[in-house]
Design a protein around this ligand. Structure first.
Ligand code: FES
Length: 386
């Protein structure tokens, strides 16, 4: 298919486009197999997916589930643990957010996404307050690597969740119990208060009914008299609840604080790194406290970002470059917003950015100055190319 453009207005465009298409077929650049393959790829990984909100379920005072059905095509399949990006326009700002699918993948009629309100969160407040049944949302095919792989992972999954990090695990657990999969889950789910726990009743029901699912809510600040596990998900609690740590794979999903706390605890128990899977969860909360952040730069410091076409953006050091660009109406592609997918990469022509160690940037990208703008923070005035 030829790309649409202004030249479509020219006399004879259709004929010329047809001739080019025919010669590509003749030259073997188009073949039935390639067309078929492209159709399959489009079906499995559509670049655009229109979804309609058909139900809104209030899970807790600060959390709601949006049930989404397809508008004009079947829903692409996904693996429990994957997410979809939502493309949103909020107050004139075009942005995106990834949301894990919390429904289970063997039913193909809808996706559930479960959203928790984040104080000052542009997208979460919009999805909590403004989105209603009947609204349309833009998305793309499911993405992500946070799923159970029977070739590499033990059949006993230890799932460690914090806050809205429960969503991929709900999809996994629902699939296991609804499809009778031969897999064991021990879920440790940390929240500040019992009222914050999402899916609490359902998880209790599942754990009571299925021997292979254990559910342990861990409450940081419980009400007086609470008799369940309290405090944090630490090494002592893991040892007490799990006993033998062999033959188990650990899956973590939650805010940065969960990783900062739990990863050293797992390490102290001698869990090998290859036995730990960690879901991305957006950019770091407080980049200035990140190892390697230059002390002399404060989060509020401002720098000028100049694009190759001359447009300029005033960007705060403590805000991801992608966000500063979006606020100015400049919208690089983005999917994961966690540094993983590389969709948001921009080329830094001059100036310096901070990118957390371990951001998976391709070696060739590093060599030619590309950074992932969703996890890059300006440390100087920048010149960039998108
Ligand atoms: S949006 Fe995926 S790396 Fe930035």
């Amino acid at each position: 298919m030829m790309r649409k453009g202004i030249w479509q207005e020219f006399d004879g465009y259709e004929e010329i486009a047809g001739e080019i298409e025919n010669s590509l077929w003749a030259a073997g650049e188009r073949s039935f197999d390639k067309v078929l393959a492209a159709r399959y790829i489009q079906r499995l990984h559509p670049r655009q997916l229109k979804l309609r909100v058909v139900d809104v379920i209030q899970e807790t005072p600060s959390t709601r589930t949006l049930r989404l059905t397809p508008v004009d095509a079947a829903l692409p399949p996904f693996l429990a643990g994957q997410y979809i990006p939502l493309y949103l326009t909020i107050g004139g700002i075009r942005t995106s957010r990834p949301y894990s699918i919390s429904s289970q993948p063997r039913q193909t009629g809808f996706y559930d996404i479960t959203v928790r309100r984040v104080p000052d969160g542009l997208a979460s407040n919009y999805l909590m307050d403004d989105v209603k049944i009947g609204n349309l949302l833009e998305s793309a095919g499911p993405q992500g690597n946070f799923y159970f792989n029977p070739l590499f992972h033990d059949d006993h999954m230890v799932c460690i969740a914090g806050g809205s990090g429960i969503t991929p695990f709900m999809s996994m657990i629902r699939e296991i119990v609804e499809c009778g999969l031969d897999r064991t889950v021990t879920l440790l789910y940390g929240n500040r208060q019992l009222d914050d726990v999402i899916f609490h009743d359902e998880l209790e029901r599942i754990a009571a009914r299925f021997d292979n699912i254990t559910y342990i809510p861990v409450i940081e600040k419980p009400a007086e008299g609470y008799r369940g596990a309290c405090g944090y998900i630490n090494a002592a609690l893991l040892k007490e609840m799990l006993g033998d740590l062999q033959g188990k794979t650990f899956f973590l999903c939650g805010p940065q604080g969960l990783y900062d706390f739990c990863l050293p605890e797992l390490e102290s128990l001698g869990i090998e790194r290859r036995k730990i899977r960690k879901e991305m969860y957006g950019p770091p909360g407080d980049i200035c406290s990140y190892p390697g952040w230059p002390e002399e730069i404060a989060a509020e410091d401002r720098f000028t970002v100049t694009l190759k076409d001359g447009r300029t953006v005033s960007a705060r050091a403590g805000v991801p470059l992608l966000v500063s660009l979006e606020k100015k109406g400049i919208v690089p592609s983005s999917i994961c917003r966690s540094g993983e997918c590389s969709m948001c990469r921009v080329k830094v022509l001059s100036g310096k950015v901070f990118q957390p160690a371990g951001t998976p940037v391709r070696r060739s990208d590093t060599r030619y100055g590309y950074v992932h703008s969703c996890v890059s923070y300006p440390l100087e005035d920048l010149e960039i190319m998108i």
